[in-house]
Design a protein around this ligand. Structure first.
Ligand code: ATR
Length: 276
């Protein structure tokens, strides 16, 4: 008898930590099930999604570069996925493929857990970057009532985010220090600071001493941005928790139990990141 099996699809997929996360929950909750990584080549993604209901899988996660393709392929999707035009979680209902997006949930749950007071005063959030991750972040921040400034190397991509939610402005890198002066939150959604990528050159001195700094980069866990913020005694939140929390709703859909993001899971995934 085969056990209920979910997957993560992407190209490449070797970097994905999702199997470590979901297998930990399957083990710790004593659920008979499995979670596998599937590298799907670009020429096969449309067929893979079209035939998902016949694959024997109960559902799955979708990662780079297929979140938009998954959005286009699902029969039905949640409002948040529609707003983000991207699907990162798939499941089946009545033989039909459904899609959701848990990135915004993961972003908020991580901040709620690691910096519980982060959104209580509201105010302005400065978001660096304008890719898919920024889209989810901007949408999530709007849900919490923040005014948002998006700063991105390519201004056109930032402009494309203004219709995701109300009260979003776009500004240039050269205006950043002025924007930081009254920021309640700074979020890095760019790949700068990631292992193997250029560093994020930014001066955090203008930030108020009450500001929270969140980096979505989680490899390394302590990025240059977070080290600089910590040196200033600001509240810092790393990106690992977003990865862990975004996984929760999918697991619950496929396997029935809502899992918990434990310190043990965090340590397990952190060791995996540091070991590679
Ligand atoms: P994701 O879906 O993870 O957000 P993405 O869509 O590739 O990934 O977005 C990457 C982000 O990092 C973008 O905001 C990108 O800026 P551009 O829109 O100008 O490309 C930003 N980024 C990547 N490398 C960068 C660099 N060397 N300097 C400045 N920004 C960079």
């Amino acid at each position: 008898m085969t056990v209920p099996t979910a997957c993560v699809i992407g190209w490449p997929i070797r970097h994905s930590r999702s199997p470590v996360i979901h297998r930990y929950w399957l083990r710790s909750l004593g659920i008979q099930g499995d979670y596998v990584a599937k590298a799907v080549e670009p020429e096969w993604i449309d067929a893979f999604l079209r035939d998902f209901a016949g694959s024997g899988l109960v559902g799955g996660n979708v990662t780079v570069p297929y979140k938009e393709a998954a959005f286009a392929a699902v029969a039905e999707c949640e409002a948040v996925a529609r707003a983000l035009k991207a699907v990162n979680t798939l499941w089946l209902e009545g033989g039909k493929l459904f899609g959701g997006n848990t990135d915004a949930h993961g972003f908020l749950a991580n901040l709620d857990e690691r910096a519980p007071a982060w959104s209580s005063a509201g105010g302005r959030a400065v978001v660096l970057g304008a890719g898919g991750a920024a889209r989810a972040v901007v949408w999530a921040l709007a849900q919490r009532g923040f005014d948002i400034v998006v700063v991105n190397r390519t201004r056109d991509r930032a402009e494309a985010l203004v219709n995701v939610a109300p009260r979003i402005e776009v500004d240039d890198w050269r205006s950043l220090s002025g924007r930081l002066k009254d920021a309640a939150l700074l979020v890095n959604t760019t790949s700068l600071g990631m292992t193997g990528q250029p560093t994020l050159a930014i001066d955090l001195r203008p930030l108020p001493e009450t500001a929270v700094v969140n980096d979505l980069v989680y490899a390394p866990l302590e990025t240059g941005l977070l080290a600089q913020a910590r040196a200033r005694d600001l509240v810092v939140v790393d990106g690992l928790g977003m990865l862990l929390h975004q996984a929760v709703p999918g697991f619950e859909r496929w396997f029935g139990d809502r899992p918990t993001v434990t310190a043990e899971l965090r340590d397990l995934v952190a060791a995996d990141i540091e070991g590679r």
